[in-house]
Design a protein around this ligand. Structure first.
Ligand code: 3VV
Length: 230
């Protein structure tokens, strides 16, 4: 199922092929084109290279000018609508432009999550040095962003997709970058339009680094639109 949110413009959608059912992860339902995904990955690589560059000043100036040309070229072909929102067969909402999971969004990790048989959201991830906050550690806001998303996915697959009302975090241990980590989240319960979930970012052996609980509220307008879309 592909949903254009009510406020989305209905113009041409050149960068997207809509939903692709039967897959999970960053290239699942709601994906962009393969070429756009590659462009986004190239830009992630570029961001990493910028943060870590030791290039001399004149080289930086020259590279900046070359990049400005490419930026103008892309900006001239700017899309006129959002990437469509779609739900994969497991009920996970996805779209290629999402800030956390979007395959077409260089800002996104991108986080690739799966729904386990017991309906836990599970994502293997690895942060990069560009996510650094305190020396050698991932910025706490970046961890929060990931947890917000996987908790939101957990309530979505339980049928309570919503906007984050509250997100409570406990930073237990520093989060390293450049190492394999696992983010998981589970739906807890619902009361009317409110749903709760909990989750964590942990080492592969299960040692928790950041723990989260969240309340997600399905806006009344979504209820109506989702009912109308099915
Ligand atoms: C056709 C559409 C289909 C969509 C399908 C789903 C797609 C996506 C889903 C999933 C994706 C994957 C996961 C993503 C995860 C990331 C999510 C985010 O980052 S969300 C961005 C950050 N959060 C905001 O920006 C919220 C801003 N706030 C609001 O929009 C509203 O305040 C909202 C929706 C939270 C509530 O507004 P009201 O008008 O619907 O509901 P009211 O009547 O105000 O409240 C209902 C009940 O909830 C309580 N409540 C409201 N806000 C609360 C809050 N912040 N904390 C605690 N309780 C709150 C109220 O006290 C009330 O409780 P009482 O029924 O009286 O017991």
């Amino acid at each position: 199922m592909t949903i254009e949110l009510a406020s989305a413009e209905n113009a041409e959608n050149p960068g997207s092929t809509g939903s692709a059912e039967g897959t999970t992860g960053a290239s699942a339902a709601g994906e962009g084109s393969a070429a756009l995904d590659l462009l986004a990955q190239q830009v992630r690589d570029l961001v990493d290279a910028v943060v870590l560059t030791g290039a001399p000043q004149d080289e930086i100036v020259e590279i900046t000018a070359e990049l400005a040309v490419l930026t103008d070229r892309l900006r001239a072909l700017r899309r006129t609508s959002r990437h469509p929102l779609a739900f994969d067969p497991e009920g996970v909402p996805r779209h290629a432009g999402n800030a956390v999971t979007g395959s077409a969004n260089p800002y996104a990790l991108p986080l690739v999550s799966q729904v386990t048989p017991d309906r836990t959201i599970r994502a293997e991830l690895s942060f990069r040095q560009v996510h650094e906050g305190p020396p050698t550690s991932v910025h706490g806001g970046v961890s929060a962003m990931i947890l917000d998303h996987v908790l939101g996915q957990a309530v979505a697959v339980a049928g309570g997709a919503g906007m984050t009302g509250t997100l409570t975090l406990r930073y237990v241990r520093r989060v390293p970058y450049g190492e394999p980590l696992v983010a998981t989240a589970e739906y807890v319960r619902s009361e009317g339009r409110k749903s709760w979930a909990e989750g964590r970012i942990a080492l592969p052996d299960g040692t928790p680094l950041v723990e989260a609980t969240g309340l997600f509220i399905t806006p009344r307008v979504w209820k109506e639109e989702m009912t109308g879309a099915q």
